[in-house]
Design a protein around this ligand. Structure first.
Ligand SMILES: Cc1cc2nc3c(=O)[nH]c(=O)nc-3n(C[C@H](O)[C@H](O)[C@H](O)COP(=O)(O)OP(=O)(O)OC[C@H]3O[C@@H](n4cnc5c(N)ncnc54)[C@H](O)[C@@H]3O)c2cc1C
Length: 122
């Protein structure tokens, strides 16, 4: 996994604005994610995550953090019987298509929301 320095966040936001993140990476597996988090911890650097960037206004001055975009296994969607399992980086669109193909309902509300599964805290 490559860690890219000074990555322009305008490339990741729907509105197309945002200065550079100190560093940027696309972890594709749990092991990539652990490596990225360790890399940031060694440098005492904050970590932020971007989904599709559709609800983000990133500062023009940039963000002093390691910014992650979950990819690969971490954005995977699988059907397990009547259950859909989605990684945090999975897009609503892919979740919807997989649900429809499997004859599952319940996700219709998300059909017009350009976003990712993200993380639910509670
Ligand atoms: C045209 C348009 C239509 C929209 N319609 C709707 C709508 O109908 N209903 C609605 O609710 N919203 C809507 N939105 C807003 C937006 O699409 C949603 O809020 C969407 O869910 C944001 O998801 P994202 O993956 O793009 O998150 P981002 O915009 O990338 O990030 C939003 C926040 O979530 C955090 N985040 C992202 N991924 C993770 C992760 N894996 N772990 C932890 N934190 C994470 C980010 O750090 C940030 O704080 C719309 C936006 C647009 C542009």
């Amino acid at each position: 996994m490559k860690v890219e320095p000074e990555y322009l966040l305008s490339r990741l936001t729907t509105i197309g604005t945002g200065g550079p993140a100190r560093a940027f990476a696309r972890p594709e597996s749990l092991s990539d994610l652990e490596t990225a988090l360790a890399w940031a911890a060694e440098r005492k650097l904050a970590v932020r995550t971007v989904g599709l960037g559709s609800n983000l206004l990133a500062a023009d001055d940039g963000v002093d953090a390691l910014v992650l975009r979950l990819a690969g296994d971490l954005a995977d969607v699988e059907i397990d019987g009547r259950l859909l399992r989605a990684g945090g980086g999975a897009t609503n669109a892919v979740c919807l298509h997989r649900s429809r193909d499997a004859g599952l309902g319940g996700l219709e509300f998300a059909c017009a929301i350009p976003g990712t599964a993200g993380v639910v805290c509670g």
